[in-house]
Ligand binder design. Structure first.
Ligand SMILES: C[S@@+](CC[C@H](N)C(=O)[O-])C[C@H]1O[C@@H](n2cnc3c(N)ncnc32)[C@H](O)[C@@H]1O
Length: 220
């Protein structure tokens, strides 16, 4: 990759955040633990709003689901949903596969295992538009039609859409963070609409907003 396309983190460290996490067990643990903490923040909301979201869903893949905290909460609260986590090998390698969540190692750019629904929590904000469209297309390949209740559930900030004005500040701070360490950014509703349309989805619905994140259901 040309230097002009590298983010400041890569220019400083000579590799991406995901590559460092793969090479350095301490960084890998620190990052995964931080993601576990962030998931705990959202668990209450998923449980509170989940009745409508997970109604009629028999299977779900949490793409880039890390240590599986969110998937486990969903599987416990909504036992009719079989949950699978897809993540990179160094993230899922030490996860026991004997619990209510199944772990699969793989690359979301290549393949997403089939399921009624795909969850993308804090994934797309790490990637450029081009990469997001590739990921979303793999997700669309994995789900059935809308009539068969196929959908992608995106948990991300919708910049400008907040439950309280005070939440706009963390949205913009996260935008700066994404700019520094990833290829991505925080997106407003128009940005999201562009990505969903380009990836071949027919419509979407922002079903709830809390703090600086929202839940967006995206339909094939
Ligand atoms: C910002 S974290 C979000 C983790 C989790 N969804 C959460 O919110 O707690 C991004 C996740 O994407 C995973 N990831 C990065 N590249 C990936 C790829 N090519 N295929 C699958 N997972 C990937 C990372 O290992 C990490 O667990």
């Amino acid at each position: 990759m040309q230097d002009s396309k590298k983010n400041p983190f890569e220019l400083e460290n000579g590799c991406t955040l995901w590559e460092i996490a793969n090479q350095e067990p301490v960084v890998n643990k620190m990052f995964n633990d931080a993601m576990v903490s962030s998931s705990c923040l959202f668990n209450d909301y998923i449980v509170r709003y989940g009745d409508n979201i997970f109604k009629g869903i028999e299977s779900l893949v949490d793409v880039g689901g890390g240590k599986g905290v969110m998937a486990e909460v969903i599987a416990k609260k909504f036992p009719h949903v079989r949950c699978t986590v897809l993540d990179l090998p160094h993230v899922v390698c030490d996860n026991p596969n004997d619990g209510i969540v199944k772990f699969v190692s793989g690359d979301m750019f290549n393949y997403v295992p089939p399921a009624n629904a795909v969850l993308l929590k804090w994934i797309l904000h790490d990637w450029s538009n081009e990469d997001c469209i590739r990921i979303l297309r793999r997700c669309k390949d994995a789900i059935p039609s809308r009539e068969a209740r196929g959908k992608v559930i995106v948990l991300e900030a919708v910049v400008g859409l907040t439950s309280a004005m005070i939440s706009k500040e963390p949205q913009l701070l996260f935008d700066m963070l994404m700019l520094m360490v990833t290829e991505g950014e925080e997106r407003d509703e128009n940005d999201w609409k562009y990505l969903f349309t380009k990836a071949g989805f027919s419509s979407y619905k922002i079903i709830c907003t809390f703090g600086f994140s929202s839940i967006i259901e995206v339909y094939p």
